[in-house]
Design a protein around this ligand. Structure first.
Ligand code: KG4
Ligand code: ZN
Length: 340
C-alpha cells in the first residue's frame, strides 16, 4: 500500500509517499530553521503561516506526473502532539487531499511516526541491520519536546517506561546552544562544537532514584552557572564554548544510554531503537553502541528529524490493523502516545 504522509507539527513541512511502510517512493521537505534562527527558537505564528505556503509547492513538485502516477491509496497526517496552528495547517491539507481523491484519512501520533522511521529499508544509519526491528525492543524517543523510554511489544503495543520530568533533551541542546552563542536548532552546532573540545567541562549526571524518568533542568542550570562563572555568553573563548558543549553533551548522552541499557536488560529486549531529532547526534549513537550489548536501530540523520516519510511509514502499519479517522478528526497539541 502506498501512503502519502504529511508532517507539520513544528517547523518542518514534510511530505512523502512510502510503500508498505518501508520503501520511500517520493520525499520532500521544507525546513523553516533559517526563519526561526534569528529569534532563537520556533515562533508558532511564523511556523503555521510558512506551512501554509510550503505544502502546495512541495506537493506540486512531488506530483509533477500527476497523483495517479504515485498510486497513493491513503493520506496520513500528524495530528499531535505539536504546535496547534502548525498541526491545523497539515491536517486541513490532508483532509482536502483525502476528500478530493476519495481516499482514507489517518491521523498519526508524531512520536509513533518518529519510531517508524526505523522501518524504512535502507533508512538506517549503517547497513548492519536490515529489515524490521524485532520485538520486544526498547525505544528511546528523543526530540525537542519529548524524552521517552518506550517498551515496544509490536505494532501499536507500547508501554511508557520513563519520560522527562522537566526539559526534553533536545530542548536542553537548544537552550545550551543559546547560552553558548550558537545557532538554532541547537543540536547540530553543539555536537559540532563538542568535536573540537580538548578538555570537556565535567557536569553532574542527572539521575532520579528508583525511577526510569529523566531530568535535564539541573544539567541545564549547571551549564548556565559555568557560563556565568566565565563572564557570560559574550565573553566565552572559542575553546571554552567547545569544552562546555562537550561537557553538556557527554553528561546528557551518558544518562540516556545507561537508562536505555538498564531498561533493555530488565525487559529482555532483543534490540534497542533510537528515534527523534536528537538521535541524529553521532555521539549519542556511539555511546549507545558502546554501552548497550544489543543490536541498535537508528535512522540516518535526515530521517531522525521531522519528515513526512516517518508519518507515511507508521500509517501503513496502523491502516493494516484497520485504523481510520473521519473528517471530524481534530488536532491534539498534547496527544499522549501511550495512555498513562
Ligand atoms: O524530532 P525533531 O526534529 O522535532 C521535534 O519533534 O521536536 O527534533 C528537534 C530537536 C531539536 O531540539 C534539535 O536541537 C535536536 O532535535 N537535534 C539534535 C541534533 N539534530 C537535531 N540534538 C543533538 N544533536 C543533533 N545532531
Ligand atoms: Zn519530531
Amino acid at each position: 500500500m502506498r501512503v502519502l504522509g504529511i508532517e507539520s507539527s513544528c517547523d518542518e513541512s514534510g511530505i512523502a509517499v512510502v510503500e508498505d511502510g518501508r520503501q520511500i517512493v517520493a520525499h520532500a521537505l521544507a525546513s523553516q530553521a533559517d526563519l526561526h534562527n534569528r529569534f532563537g527558537g520556533v515562533v508558532p505564528e511564523i511556523a503555521s503561516r510558512q506551512h501554509l505556503t510550503s505544502f502546495p509547492a512541495l506537493l506540486k513538485d512531488m506530483m509533477s506526473d500527476g497523483p495517479q502516477a504515485l498510486g497513493i491509496e491513503a493520506v496520513a497526517v500528524t495530528y499531535g502532539p505539536g504546535l496547534a496552528g502548525s498541526l491545523l495547517v497539515g491536517l486541513n491539507f490532508a483532509k482536502a487531499l483525502a476528500f478530493s481523491w476519495d481516499l482514507p484519512l489517518l491521523g498519526v501520533h508524531h512520536l509513533e511516526g518518529h519510531l517508524y522511521a526505523n522501518w524504512i529499508e535502507d533508512g538506517q544509519w549503517d547497513d548492519e541491520h536490515k529489515g524490521d526491528p524485532p520485538s520486544p525492543s526498547v525505544a528511546l524517543i528523543v526530540s525537542g519536546g519529548h524524552t521517552d523510554l518506550v517498551l515496544i511489544n509490536g505494532h501499536g503495543d507500547y508501554r511508557l517506561l520513563g519520560r522527562t520530568r522537566d526539559d526534553a533533551v533536545g530542548e536542553g541542546f537548544d537552550k545550551v546552544a543559546r547560552m553558548l552563542g550558537l545557532g538554532f536548532p541547537g543540536g547540530p552546532p553543539v555536537e559540532q562544537a563538542a568535536t573540537h573540545s580538548h578538555d570537556p567541562v565535567s557536569f553532574p549526571r542527572p539521575r532520579i532514584r528508583d525511577s526510569r524518568d529523566f531530568s535535564f533542568s539541573g544539567l541545564k542550570s549547571a551549564v548556565l552557572r559555568a557560563v556565568e562563572e566565565r563572564g557570560g555568553t559574550d565573553r566565552l573563548s572559542t575553546g571554552q564554548v567547545h569544552d562546555l558543549a562537550a561537557g553538556f553533551q557527554q553528561a546528557a548522552i551518558e544518562v540516556l544510554a545507561t537508562r536505555l541499557r538498564d531498561a533493555a536488560k530488565d525487559y529482555g529486549a532483543k534490540a534497542v531503537i533510537l528515534s527523534g531529532g536528537v538521535a541524529a547526534n553521532g555521539a549519542l549513537r556511539r555511546e549507545v553502541l558502546a554501552r548497550v550489548p544489543l543490536p541498535l536501530w537508528c535512522p540516518r540523520p535526515s530521517l531522525c528529524t521531522d519528515n513526512g516519510v516517518m508519518i507515511a511509514a507508521g500509517a501503513h502499519f496502523l491502516l493494516e490493523a484497520g485504523a481510520r479517522h473521519g473528517f471530524d478528526l481534530e488536532v491534539d497539541p498534547s496527544l499522549p502516545m501511550v495512555a498513562t
